[in-house]
Design a protein around this ligand. Structure first.
Ligand code: NDP
Length: 280
């Protein structure tokens, strides 16, 4: 039976490190958070951000805007935050209303205050293995892998899902650790080849958003399975991996909920502290 990789334990260890880093900074870092509209997932995420920030002594400033805000108004506000020396980091909650272009607007957050690690220049630095600020979920996945104590050098790593904020940055971070990386996406499934890739994964990371996509029988014996997916199924939250069968074959597996999620917000705060250090 697999060992559970619970994010909250790793999160507590990182939080302890962050508390001592904040003491060394000699200021309380300030995170400005922008939300447009009332998306329920975003509202839940900002609550968790605020709670984590307060527990670390970080100042969390929430800015709420109505759904009908124009692109120009939002852009002007972001530019003001970029120029404001009292603000160390800025996060724009997603999703934005459909009329607003998330990529375009979030790229206006200056790279130095981009605590989500998604500014093109932070992404570009990741390609060169130089970024101190990673996309938060990718950072969380790497911390969970580190907590297993297993050396990634030469391991077969398979990522299912290739989004800009999850799959692609994870691929780059795994390459830095010298894993052999395969990235699967919709075309892999459409070609009927998902199972064959998953079956040879020693490290399997799934970030798609489709309950039951990965069958437990496909998991290689002893594999490490990180399930990033979040799906609502009959009032339950489940991942993308068929957990009950997979936990009998894997050596380590993340529960959903309780795996990657609790760590993501802590990595966001770590990015804020990294940004504050660079500004100092
Ligand atoms: P996206 O929708 O941006 O990306 C999904 C990816 O899955 C795409 O690369 C897509 O491929 C691929 N895909 C879609 N269908 C299939 C399929 N049938 N077989 C193989 N690949 C497929 O989602 P995100 O990356 O933003 O999020 C993925 C999941 O992770 C979601 O459930 C989300 O809620 C969760 N999540 C969890 C976080 C956490 O902290 N726990 C944080 C962020 C996300 P293509 O692009 O080719 O269509």
């Amino acid at each position: 039976m697999a060992k559970l990789l619970e994010g909250k334990f790793v999160a507590e260890i990182i939080k302890e490190q962050l508390r001592s880093e904040i003491t060394n900074l000699k200021i309380a870092p300030v995170l400005a958070s922008i939300i447009v509209g009332n998306n329920s997932s975003s509202l839940a995420y900002i609550k968790s951000q605020e709670k984590t920030a307060i527990s670390l002594g970080i100042i969390y400033k929430l800015h709420k805007f109505p759904e009908n805000i124009s692109e120009k108004e939002l852009a002007d506000f972001i530019i003001r935050l970029n120029q404001d020396k009292s603000i160390n980091g800025v996060i724009l909650q997603r999703p934005l209303p459909l009329v607003l272009d998330y990529i375009k607007i979030s790229s206006m957050i200056s790279a130095g205050k981009d605590v989500e690690g998604i500014h093109p220049s932070n992404m570009g630095r990741l390609v060169f293995g130089k970024s101190g600020i990673y996309a938060c979920t990718a950072g969380a996945v790497m911390e969970l892998l580190k907590s297993t104590g297993i050396d990634l050098y030469g391991k077969e790593a398979v990522i299912v899902g290739s989004s800009e904020i999850v799959g692609k940055p994870i691929a780059l971070l795994l390459l830095e650790k010298f894993a052999t990386v395969t990235v699967c996406h919709i075309a892999t499934s459409e070609a009927g080849r998902l199972k064959e890739h998953v079956k040879r994964a020693e490290i399997l990371i799934v970030a798609v958003g489709r309950a039951g996509l990965i069958k437990g029988q496909w998991i290689k014996k002893g594999a490490i399975v990180i399930d990033v997916g979040i799906n609502r199924l009959n009032d339950l939250i489940v991942g993308d991996v068929d957990f009950k069968t997979a936990e009998k074959r894997a050596s380590f597996i993340t529960p959903v909920p309780g795996g990657v999620g609790p760590l993501t917000v802590v990595i966001l705060m770590r990015n804020l502290i990294e940004a504050t250090k660079l500004q100092q």
